[in-house]
Design a protein around this ligand. Structure first.
Ligand code: NI
Length: 149
């Protein structure tokens, strides 16, 4: 088993809030990210695929194909966009790095042609990032998802 990673960057804005919370609780929970008119981040994402090396090509998968897939399915839909308002697949989801990484996984995982999606690492800033490996507790799958206006 070997792991291969494609790293991409994009810019997007968001506002974190839960419509079920009063304003003061939203401000307390989400801090600066609760700013009513949103704010931007320079996101960085690492998509790691695992698999065996194909003896005919010497590759797990063609990184050009992975690049094209990520651009088409993710980057074209989120770069220079607002996660709350512009991104269809984020409708009804609080756009934290955690939830964004989970959505990206759900989109990419079934579309990886060779090998298997192993990990998505999403940096919201240099120091803050989340890692998702598709093993999220089913506890949340059974609960109705928290929705926003
Ligand atoms: Ni933020």
């Amino acid at each position: 088993m070997i792991y291969i990673t494609r790293k991409v960057e994009f810019c997007a804005s968001h506002r974190l809030y839960n419509p079920d919370f009063p304003d003061d609780k939203n401000a307390a929970v989400f801090g600066l990210c609760n700013n009513p008119n949103g704010h931007g981040h320079n996101y960085c994402m690492e998509v790691t695929v695992k698999g065996e090396v194909d003896p005919e090509t010497g590759m797990v998968l063609d990184l050009k194909a992975l690049k094209a897939l990520i651009n088409e399915e993710i980057i074209n839909k989120v770069d220079h966009k607002n996660f709350n308002m512009d991104v269809e697949f984020m409708k009804g989801v609080i756009p934290t790095a955690e939830n964004i990484a989970i959505k990206f996984w759900e989109i990419l995982e079934p579309k990886i042609q060779r090998g298997q999606l192993h990990e998505i690492k999403l940096y919201e800033s240099e120091r803050n990032f989340v890692t998702y490996r598709g093993t999220y507790s089913e506890r949340f799958d059974r609960e109705p998802s928290r929705t926003i206006g």
